[in-house]
Design a protein around this ligand. Structure first.
Ligand code: COA
Length: 631
């Protein structure tokens, strides 16, 4: 049995994993999780006037005074009592009363399932793990075996509903996303995709998919008594897989999943016309997760190593390398290269980065304490190789997908910056929020590069609310602009620059607080727009206004994804002339991943990384000088 995470069937299904009846032995824990999940508040609909005022404030640093006059007039008309905005607000409030979360379906559709762009690079993030010390296939297999055992250990907490509840600002978070990342897969559709979750029901999957040299295998990871395979059992199975996939001339069927969604949708229907292909595809889709044993990549300098691995995680490096060694629709794909490179990529629709990285932290911890011990082995069946019949038409689709992927690979510039001068301890020692400090450094870096600011979005968690996903913190504010401009002004005293920096950080913190408490503007505006589309014949003018388009064009699309593991998440830019910036602030250093598109002459990931490094150093010097002077 499976669950389709789309609008029609979704709500009950999305909640269901937490509410599933479970074996008697875990009833108590299960009851606790039920109480926790049921006790979560519903996402509020912010007051219309508040959103309108905050929308205008967000536009202030981004548009001209003339545009502001025009937009202010539209916004004032929109929010008049009995006006369009008022009607939409009432509709939205009605929807909020009737649903568990008024925005999560719309968000899932508009941000992910309706998007026709390829998932690789455009929406699926990658995670780069620290380089491992193996240099050969035995090392690769051993690492992969431990990793698989670690994920199964994590899964056991999900299965027994013993996953510890997470907290943010002292409040418990919705744990639903953890129940969506395993045993799920995105399925292409003609206009909108769906996500299927196979973990719901009596027969949840017991196998993972392993891919090597573009050849896919079903690896059953549970013994007949239901116990998970041990690390050495998995190792032996991986060896069998390796030895039966030595040919390197196989068609990279998986590369089809990297295509534009409409193109892939058509190719998908074509592919699964054949019964064998259909069964193979289903086996991949249904598997708990996937492990990609990657072929060695061309050697690069130590300086370039992390950039290359980030690219490997995001797209696989092109059709000659590992891009065909994936199934990009699969929610979780761990990637292990022969050269010690490792990480993962995940399809974003069912979950955000933090749950995925929490899983990674667990797996890394598990791997550290688990040694391979040779135990007497009961012979295990050979993992099943999945067959694909490649017709001339499928071959043509694969060739097109290869070409497209190779263009995409050349298009993406990825830079990993290991900023080693300080970490989150430094801003904390000055009683400043590290996240806000980094966001303002990004504003300074961008301003230094372009002498202007740009619309910036930082992801904030809405998981304090039932089925909450994310909200946007708009990091470009009048205060951040005042600070960045002051840093350009040699005549401005340091004490004034530091005051402006502290003010910009304070405002960012306030915006963060509003966002995580469901009071920011972006999801509310999306909700109003979606109600308008559903209820009215034409869109209200504020959504047709140029200022709205400007405000939604996030040249800086950013997120903090913190973890215990010294890793970094990476994702592509949101707009053709923008940057994707993800960071993991550790105590004494910060890992950044910056991406940009090569086809845009104005953007350059390496240059922005350098400006970012300089901005962080300058801000540190400023804080130190000012506190020394005041001693
Ligand atoms: N003085 C001293 N310490 C401070 C401080 C101050 N003024 N302000 C914050 N700190 C401390 C915090 O207590 C925290 O301490 P810890 O390291 O012991 O936990 C630490 O600094 C980090 O806080 P801060 O940098 O302010 O960030 P945050 O942890 O509050 O995170 C967000 C902010 C927006 C990243 C977070 O709320 C969030 O929403 N994360 C999810 C992002 C997401 O979903 N991304 C999706 C990606 S796909």
């Amino acid at each position: 049995m499976l669950c389709v995470l789309t609008r029609s069937a979704s709500r009950t299904c999305l909640v269901k994993p937490c509410l599933l009846l479970s074996p008697v032995s875990v009833v108590q824990i299960f009851d606790r999780s039920l109480v926790h999940q049921e006790g979560l508040p519903k996402l509020p609909v912010p007051p219309l006037k508040q959103t309108c005022a905050r929308y205008l404030a967000a536009l202030e640093p981004l548009i001209s005074a003339e545009e502001m006059v025009h937009t202010r007039k539209l916004v004032q008309e929109f929010q008049l009592p009995g006006g369009v905005g008022d009607r939409l607000q009432k509709s939205l409030e009605r929807k909020a009363r009737k649903t568990e979360n008024w925005v999560s379906d719309w968000w899932m559709q508009s941000a992910y399932l309706d998007s026709r762009m390829p998932v690789a690079m455009y929406t699926s993030p990658g995670v780069v793990l620290p380089r491992m010390h193996f240099q050969d296939r035995q090392g690769q297999m051993r690492f992969a075996a431990k990793l698989i055992a670690g994920v199964l250990d994590f899964k056991s907490m999900i299965d027994s509903k013993t996953l510890p509840v997470e907290y943010l600002g002292g409040k418990p978070l919705c744990m639903d996303q953890y129940y969506q990342v395993l045993s799920s897969c995105r399925i292409p559709g003609p206009k909108r995709d769906t996500v299927l979750n196979y973990a719901i029901g009596k027969t949840s999957p017991t196998h993972i998919t392993v891919v090597h040299n573009f050849q896919y295998f079903v690896l059953d990871v549970y013994n007949s008594d239901g116990s998970p395979l041990t690390v050495d059992q998995i190792y032996v199975q991986l060896e069998k897989i390796w030895n039966s996939s030595l040919q390197t001339n196989k068609e990279p069927v998986g590369i089809l999943t990297s295509n534009h969604r409409n193109t892939w949708g058509k190719a998908y229907n074509n592919l699964i016309k054949d019964k064998t292909n259909k069964e193979s595809v289903r086996a991949i889709q249904k598997s708990i997760f996937m492990v990609c044993l990657d072929a060695p990549k061309p050697r690069v300098s130590d300086e370039m190593y992390h950039n290359k691995v980030a690219a490997q995680m995001l797209h696989g490096g092109g059709s000659r390398w590992n891009s065909g060694n994936r199934w990009f629709d699969k929610t979780l794909q761990f990637i292990v290269g022969e050269d010690g490179s490792c990480g993962l990529t995940y399809e974003h629709a069912p979950a955000e980065g933090p749950p995925v990285v929490f899983l990674v932290d667990h797996v890394v911890g598990y791997m550290k304490k688990t040694e391979m011990v040779r135990t007497p082995m009961i012979p295990l069946p050979m993992p099943v190789k999945l067959r694909f019949n490649i017709t001339p038409e499928i071959k043509k689709d694969i060739e097109k997908a290869k070409q497209n992927m190779n263009i995409m690979v050349h298009e993406l510039d990825v830079r990993v910056l290991n900023f080693t001068h300080y970490g989150k301890k430094f801003p904390k020692s000055h009683k400043l929020s590290p996240d806000a400090f980094i966001q303002i450094a990004l504003q300074l870096a961008y301003y230094r590069m372009y002498q202007t600011c740009c619309p910036t979005s930082e992801s904030a968690s809405l998981r304090m609310f039932k089925l909450g996903r994310t909200e946007a913190i708009r990091s470009t504010t009048t205060e951040s602009l005042q600070f960045t401009q002051a840093m350009y002004e040699p005549s401005t005293p340091n004490s004034e620059k530091a005051r402006l920096l502290e003010m910009a950080i304070k405002v960012h913190r306030e915006h963060t607080h509003m966002a995580i408490h469901g009071q920011a503007i972006d999801r509310h505006l999306l909700g109003l727009k979606m109600v308008a589309i559903e209820d009215l014949t034409s869109l209200p003018e504020i959504f047709m206004d140029t200022s709205f388009a400007v405000a939604s064009h996030f040249n800086l699309f950013t997120s903090q994804v913190g973890s215990k593991t010294d890793c970094v998440m990476c994702f592509g830019p949101m707009v053709p002339d923008g940057y994707g910036v993800c960071y993991n602030p550790m105590d004494d250093h910060i890992n950044f991943a910056v991406t940009a598109f090569n086809s845009c002459e104005e953007t350059n990931a390496t240059k922005l990384s350098r400006f970012l490094e300089d901005a962080l150093l300058e801000m540190k010097t400023l804080m130190e000088q000012v506190s020394k002077a005041s001693d």
